[in-house]
Design a protein. Structure first.
Length: 324
Protein backbone atom coordinates (compact mmCIF):
# COMPACT_ATOMS: atom_id res chain seq x y z
CA UNK A 1 0.00 0.00 0.00
CA UNK A 2 3.01 2.30 0.47
CA UNK A 3 3.48 2.45 -3.30
CA UNK A 4 -0.16 3.43 -3.77
CA UNK A 5 0.17 6.19 -1.17
CA UNK A 6 3.28 7.54 -2.90
CA UNK A 7 1.58 7.43 -6.30
CA UNK A 8 -1.51 9.14 -4.87
CA UNK A 9 0.62 11.91 -3.36
CA UNK A 10 2.43 12.25 -6.68
CA UNK A 11 -0.94 12.68 -8.35
CA UNK A 12 -1.87 15.43 -5.87
CA UNK A 13 1.42 17.27 -6.46
CA UNK A 14 1.05 16.99 -10.23
CA UNK A 15 -2.54 18.28 -9.99
CA UNK A 16 -1.44 21.35 -8.03
CA UNK A 17 1.55 22.15 -10.24
CA UNK A 18 -0.31 21.57 -13.52
CA UNK A 19 -3.43 23.48 -12.42
CA UNK A 20 -1.27 26.49 -11.53
CA UNK A 21 0.12 26.61 -15.08
CA UNK A 22 -3.31 25.89 -16.60
CA UNK A 23 -4.87 28.85 -14.77
CA UNK A 24 -2.04 31.32 -15.43
CA UNK A 25 -1.55 30.24 -19.04
CA UNK A 26 -5.27 30.43 -19.85
CA UNK A 27 -5.62 33.77 -18.04
CA UNK A 28 -2.68 35.37 -19.84
CA UNK A 29 -3.83 33.98 -23.18
CA UNK A 30 -7.31 35.41 -22.58
CA UNK A 31 -5.83 38.82 -21.77
CA UNK A 32 -3.65 38.69 -24.92
CA UNK A 33 -6.74 38.21 -27.12
CA UNK A 34 -8.33 41.20 -25.35
CA UNK A 35 -10.91 39.40 -23.25
CA UNK A 36 -11.99 41.74 -20.44
CA UNK A 37 -10.25 41.27 -17.09
CA UNK A 38 -13.55 40.81 -15.24
CA UNK A 39 -14.50 37.97 -17.61
CA UNK A 40 -11.04 36.49 -17.10
CA UNK A 41 -11.45 36.66 -13.32
CA UNK A 42 -14.97 35.24 -13.18
CA UNK A 43 -14.89 32.67 -15.99
CA UNK A 44 -11.31 31.76 -16.97
CA UNK A 45 -9.74 31.69 -13.49
CA UNK A 46 -12.88 30.15 -11.95
CA UNK A 47 -12.99 27.40 -14.56
CA UNK A 48 -9.25 26.83 -14.39
CA UNK A 49 -9.11 26.36 -10.63
CA UNK A 50 -12.17 24.08 -10.83
CA UNK A 51 -10.64 21.87 -13.51
CA UNK A 52 -9.05 19.42 -11.02
CA UNK A 53 -12.40 18.88 -9.26
CA UNK A 54 -14.56 18.04 -12.23
CA UNK A 55 -11.84 16.20 -14.15
CA UNK A 56 -11.03 14.01 -11.13
CA UNK A 57 -14.74 13.36 -10.63
CA UNK A 58 -15.17 12.57 -14.34
CA UNK A 59 -12.28 10.11 -14.29
CA UNK A 60 -13.61 8.50 -11.10
CA UNK A 61 -17.12 8.15 -12.55
CA UNK A 62 -15.73 6.66 -15.78
CA UNK A 63 -13.87 4.03 -13.74
CA UNK A 64 -16.98 3.09 -11.76
CA UNK A 65 -16.08 5.00 -8.58
CA UNK A 66 -19.28 7.05 -8.31
CA UNK A 67 -19.02 7.54 -4.56
CA UNK A 68 -15.54 9.00 -4.89
CA UNK A 69 -16.72 11.27 -7.74
CA UNK A 70 -19.68 12.75 -5.83
CA UNK A 71 -17.75 12.91 -2.55
CA UNK A 72 -15.02 14.94 -4.27
CA UNK A 73 -17.50 17.59 -5.50
CA UNK A 74 -19.29 17.81 -2.14
CA UNK A 75 -16.04 17.94 -0.17
CA UNK A 76 -14.47 20.52 -2.48
CA UNK A 77 -17.51 22.78 -2.29
CA UNK A 78 -17.44 22.68 1.50
CA UNK A 79 -13.66 23.14 1.69
CA UNK A 80 -13.82 26.24 -0.52
CA UNK A 81 -16.26 28.11 1.71
CA UNK A 82 -15.07 26.87 5.11
CA UNK A 83 -11.40 25.90 5.30
CA UNK A 84 -10.05 27.98 2.39
CA UNK A 85 -12.26 31.05 2.92
CA UNK A 86 -11.56 30.78 6.65
CA UNK A 87 -7.79 30.76 6.02
CA UNK A 88 -8.19 33.83 3.80
CA UNK A 89 -10.05 35.67 6.58
CA UNK A 90 -7.29 34.77 9.07
CA UNK A 91 -4.70 36.32 6.72
CA UNK A 92 -6.66 39.57 6.57
CA UNK A 93 -10.17 41.04 6.16
CA UNK A 94 -12.02 39.73 3.10
CA UNK A 95 -14.12 42.55 1.66
CA UNK A 96 -16.71 42.09 -1.09
CA UNK A 97 -18.71 44.52 -3.23
CA UNK A 98 -22.46 44.72 -2.57
CA UNK A 99 -23.31 43.89 -6.20
CA UNK A 100 -21.38 40.60 -5.90
CA UNK A 101 -23.44 39.69 -2.82
CA UNK A 102 -26.64 40.45 -4.74
CA UNK A 103 -25.73 38.57 -7.92
CA UNK A 104 -22.73 36.24 -8.22
CA UNK A 105 -22.81 34.80 -4.70
CA UNK A 106 -26.55 33.87 -4.75
CA UNK A 107 -26.02 32.32 -8.19
CA UNK A 108 -23.24 30.11 -6.82
CA UNK A 109 -25.32 29.13 -3.77
CA UNK A 110 -28.24 28.28 -6.06
CA UNK A 111 -25.94 26.05 -8.13
CA UNK A 112 -24.86 24.19 -4.97
CA UNK A 113 -28.51 23.66 -3.97
CA UNK A 114 -29.43 22.40 -7.45
CA UNK A 115 -26.51 19.96 -7.43
CA UNK A 116 -27.44 18.71 -3.95
CA UNK A 117 -31.06 18.08 -4.94
CA UNK A 118 -30.18 16.28 -8.17
CA UNK A 119 -27.40 14.27 -6.49
CA UNK A 120 -29.96 13.13 -3.91
CA UNK A 121 -32.24 11.98 -6.76
CA UNK A 122 -29.26 10.36 -8.52
CA UNK A 123 -26.99 11.84 -11.19
CA UNK A 124 -27.92 10.40 -14.60
CA UNK A 125 -27.85 11.58 -18.19
CA UNK A 126 -31.18 13.36 -17.61
CA UNK A 127 -30.08 15.26 -14.50
CA UNK A 128 -26.75 15.93 -16.22
CA UNK A 129 -28.63 17.70 -19.04
CA UNK A 130 -30.38 19.89 -16.46
CA UNK A 131 -27.06 20.79 -14.82
CA UNK A 132 -25.43 21.47 -18.20
CA UNK A 133 -28.28 23.78 -19.21
CA UNK A 134 -27.97 25.58 -15.87
CA UNK A 135 -24.21 25.93 -16.46
CA UNK A 136 -24.82 27.59 -19.85
CA UNK A 137 -27.36 29.94 -18.30
CA UNK A 138 -24.98 30.81 -15.46
CA UNK A 139 -22.13 31.52 -17.89
CA UNK A 140 -24.37 33.83 -19.93
CA UNK A 141 -25.34 35.73 -16.77
CA UNK A 142 -21.72 35.97 -15.57
CA UNK A 143 -20.50 37.29 -18.91
CA UNK A 144 -23.40 39.79 -19.02
CA UNK A 145 -22.64 41.05 -15.52
CA UNK A 146 -18.95 41.20 -16.36
CA UNK A 147 -19.79 43.36 -19.38
CA UNK A 148 -21.69 45.76 -17.13
CA UNK A 149 -18.81 45.89 -14.64
CA UNK A 150 -16.37 46.72 -17.45
CA UNK A 151 -17.83 50.20 -17.68
CA UNK A 152 -17.50 50.86 -13.96
CA UNK A 153 -14.61 51.31 -11.57
CA UNK A 154 -14.53 47.61 -10.66
CA UNK A 155 -11.57 46.65 -8.43
CA UNK A 156 -11.52 43.14 -9.88
CA UNK A 157 -10.13 44.63 -13.11
CA UNK A 158 -6.88 45.64 -11.41
CA UNK A 159 -6.77 42.47 -9.33
CA UNK A 160 -6.96 40.24 -12.40
CA UNK A 161 -4.23 42.25 -14.10
CA UNK A 162 -2.01 41.81 -11.04
CA UNK A 163 -2.76 38.07 -10.97
CA UNK A 164 -1.93 37.51 -14.64
CA UNK A 165 1.26 39.56 -14.25
CA UNK A 166 2.42 37.55 -11.22
CA UNK A 167 4.79 34.62 -11.69
CA UNK A 168 3.37 31.12 -11.65
CA UNK A 169 5.12 28.22 -9.98
CA UNK A 170 8.31 27.55 -11.94
CA UNK A 171 7.75 30.56 -14.21
CA UNK A 172 10.58 31.87 -16.33
CA UNK A 173 11.66 35.51 -16.30
CA UNK A 174 11.40 36.00 -20.06
CA UNK A 175 8.10 37.15 -21.53
CA UNK A 176 6.26 34.28 -23.20
CA UNK A 177 4.50 34.67 -26.52
CA UNK A 178 0.82 33.92 -27.04
CA UNK A 179 1.64 30.52 -28.54
CA UNK A 180 3.80 29.66 -25.55
CA UNK A 181 1.00 30.63 -23.16
CA UNK A 182 -1.39 28.41 -25.13
CA UNK A 183 1.12 25.56 -24.88
CA UNK A 184 1.47 26.20 -21.13
CA UNK A 185 -2.31 25.95 -20.73
CA UNK A 186 -2.53 22.75 -22.83
CA UNK A 187 0.33 21.09 -20.97
CA UNK A 188 -1.26 22.18 -17.70
CA UNK A 189 -4.52 20.54 -18.75
CA UNK A 190 -2.66 17.35 -19.72
CA UNK A 191 -0.91 17.40 -16.33
CA UNK A 192 -4.22 17.81 -14.53
CA UNK A 193 -5.65 14.81 -16.39
CA UNK A 194 -2.58 12.69 -15.61
CA UNK A 195 -2.65 13.76 -11.96
CA UNK A 196 -6.36 12.98 -11.79
CA UNK A 197 -5.75 9.47 -13.14
CA UNK A 198 -2.98 8.82 -10.61
CA UNK A 199 -5.04 10.18 -7.74
CA UNK A 200 -8.28 8.36 -8.55
CA UNK A 201 -6.77 4.94 -9.19
CA UNK A 202 -4.68 4.95 -6.04
CA UNK A 203 -7.27 6.62 -3.80
CA UNK A 204 -9.82 3.96 -4.78
CA UNK A 205 -7.28 1.21 -4.12
CA UNK A 206 -6.39 2.66 -0.70
CA UNK A 207 -10.08 2.92 0.22
CA UNK A 208 -10.55 -0.73 -0.73
CA UNK A 209 -7.49 -1.83 1.29
CA UNK A 210 -8.59 0.10 4.40
CA UNK A 211 -12.25 -0.88 4.11
CA UNK A 212 -13.27 2.80 3.98
CA UNK A 213 -16.09 3.95 1.70
CA UNK A 214 -15.11 5.81 -1.45
CA UNK A 215 -17.41 8.65 -0.38
CA UNK A 216 -15.26 9.26 2.70
CA UNK A 217 -12.02 9.18 0.68
CA UNK A 218 -13.53 11.49 -1.92
CA UNK A 219 -14.85 13.91 0.72
CA UNK A 220 -11.55 14.13 2.59
CA UNK A 221 -8.28 13.22 0.87
CA UNK A 222 -9.33 13.67 -2.77
CA UNK A 223 -11.35 16.84 -2.12
CA UNK A 224 -8.47 18.38 -0.20
CA UNK A 225 -6.07 17.54 -3.00
CA UNK A 226 -8.26 18.92 -5.80
CA UNK A 227 -8.90 22.09 -3.75
CA UNK A 228 -5.20 22.90 -3.48
CA UNK A 229 -5.27 25.17 -6.59
CA UNK A 230 -8.03 27.26 -4.97
CA UNK A 231 -6.02 27.39 -1.73
CA UNK A 232 -2.85 28.52 -3.53
CA UNK A 233 -4.71 31.12 -5.62
CA UNK A 234 -6.59 32.38 -2.55
CA UNK A 235 -3.48 32.81 -0.40
CA UNK A 236 -1.63 34.60 -3.22
CA UNK A 237 -4.56 36.93 -3.91
CA UNK A 238 -5.28 37.64 -0.24
CA UNK A 239 -1.65 38.51 0.50
CA UNK A 240 -1.88 41.13 -2.26
CA UNK A 241 -5.17 42.42 -0.83
CA UNK A 242 -7.22 41.17 -3.79
CA UNK A 243 -10.34 40.19 -1.81
CA UNK A 244 -12.64 40.49 -4.81
CA UNK A 245 -10.64 37.87 -6.67
CA UNK A 246 -10.75 35.59 -3.60
CA UNK A 247 -14.55 35.71 -3.38
CA UNK A 248 -14.99 35.35 -7.14
CA UNK A 249 -12.59 32.42 -7.28
CA UNK A 250 -14.12 30.44 -4.40
CA UNK A 251 -17.81 31.01 -5.13
CA UNK A 252 -17.15 30.69 -8.87
CA UNK A 253 -15.36 27.42 -8.23
CA UNK A 254 -18.38 26.10 -6.32
CA UNK A 255 -20.65 27.12 -9.18
CA UNK A 256 -18.54 25.32 -11.79
CA UNK A 257 -17.94 22.30 -9.52
CA UNK A 258 -21.66 21.86 -8.96
CA UNK A 259 -22.94 22.45 -12.49
CA UNK A 260 -20.12 21.26 -14.76
CA UNK A 261 -18.78 18.64 -12.34
CA UNK A 262 -22.23 17.25 -11.64
CA UNK A 263 -23.10 17.23 -15.35
CA UNK A 264 -19.89 15.41 -16.23
CA UNK A 265 -20.56 12.72 -13.61
CA UNK A 266 -24.14 12.26 -14.83
CA UNK A 267 -23.19 11.99 -18.50
CA UNK A 268 -20.43 9.48 -17.73
CA UNK A 269 -22.50 7.15 -15.53
CA UNK A 270 -25.55 7.31 -17.82
CA UNK A 271 -28.93 5.90 -16.78
CA UNK A 272 -28.02 2.42 -15.57
CA UNK A 273 -25.92 3.32 -12.55
CA UNK A 274 -27.03 6.66 -11.05
CA UNK A 275 -24.45 8.41 -8.87
CA UNK A 276 -26.03 9.49 -5.59
CA UNK A 277 -24.61 11.46 -2.69
CA UNK A 278 -25.09 11.21 1.05
CA UNK A 279 -28.13 13.19 2.25
CA UNK A 280 -26.55 14.56 5.44
CA UNK A 281 -23.38 15.69 3.65
CA UNK A 282 -25.47 17.32 0.91
CA UNK A 283 -27.43 19.26 3.53
CA UNK A 284 -24.17 20.23 5.25
CA UNK A 285 -22.85 21.49 1.90
CA UNK A 286 -25.90 23.71 1.47
CA UNK A 287 -25.69 24.99 5.04
CA UNK A 288 -21.99 25.89 4.77
CA UNK A 289 -22.65 27.80 1.54
CA UNK A 290 -25.50 29.63 3.28
CA UNK A 291 -23.28 30.38 6.29
CA UNK A 292 -20.53 31.93 4.14
CA UNK A 293 -23.12 33.99 2.26
CA UNK A 294 -24.73 35.16 5.51
CA UNK A 295 -21.40 36.19 7.05
CA UNK A 296 -20.52 38.19 3.94
CA UNK A 297 -23.95 39.84 3.76
CA UNK A 298 -23.73 40.98 7.37
CA UNK A 299 -21.04 43.59 6.85
CA UNK A 300 -19.62 42.91 3.36
CA UNK A 301 -16.39 41.87 5.11
CA UNK A 302 -15.13 38.67 6.72
CA UNK A 303 -13.11 39.20 9.90
CA UNK A 304 -10.72 36.83 11.65
CA UNK A 305 -13.56 35.81 13.99
CA UNK A 306 -15.66 34.93 10.94
CA UNK A 307 -12.70 32.92 9.64
CA UNK A 308 -12.62 30.89 12.85
CA UNK A 309 -16.38 30.30 12.55
CA UNK A 310 -15.91 28.95 9.03
CA UNK A 311 -13.03 26.69 10.10
CA UNK A 312 -15.18 25.40 12.96
CA UNK A 313 -18.02 24.68 10.52
CA UNK A 314 -15.74 22.40 8.53
CA UNK A 315 -14.62 20.51 11.62
CA UNK A 316 -18.24 20.03 12.68
CA UNK A 317 -18.97 18.15 9.43
CA UNK A 318 -16.32 15.51 10.11
CA UNK A 319 -18.55 13.34 12.39
CA UNK A 320 -21.07 13.06 9.53
CA UNK A 321 -18.58 10.85 7.69
CA UNK A 322 -18.93 8.09 10.25
CA UNK A 323 -22.63 7.81 9.50
CA UNK A 324 -22.14 7.86 5.72
Amino acid sequence: MLLQVLLGVSGLLLLTFAADHLVVGASRLARRVRIGPVVVGVVVIGLGTSAPEFLVSGVAAAQGHAGLAVGNIVGSNMLNLTLILGVAALIGPVAVASNVIRREVPLAVGAVILFAVLAFAGLTAVTAAVLAAAAVGALVLLVHWAGQARHKDDPVVGEVRDFTAAHATGDVPARWSGWAEAMRALLGLAGVLAGAQLLVVNAAAIASRLGVSQLVIGFTVVALGTSLPELVTTIQAQRRGESGLVIGNLFGSNLFNSLLGGALIGFVVGRRHPAAGDTELAIAMILTAGLAWALLRRGLTLTRVDGLVLLGAYLVTMPLLFSS
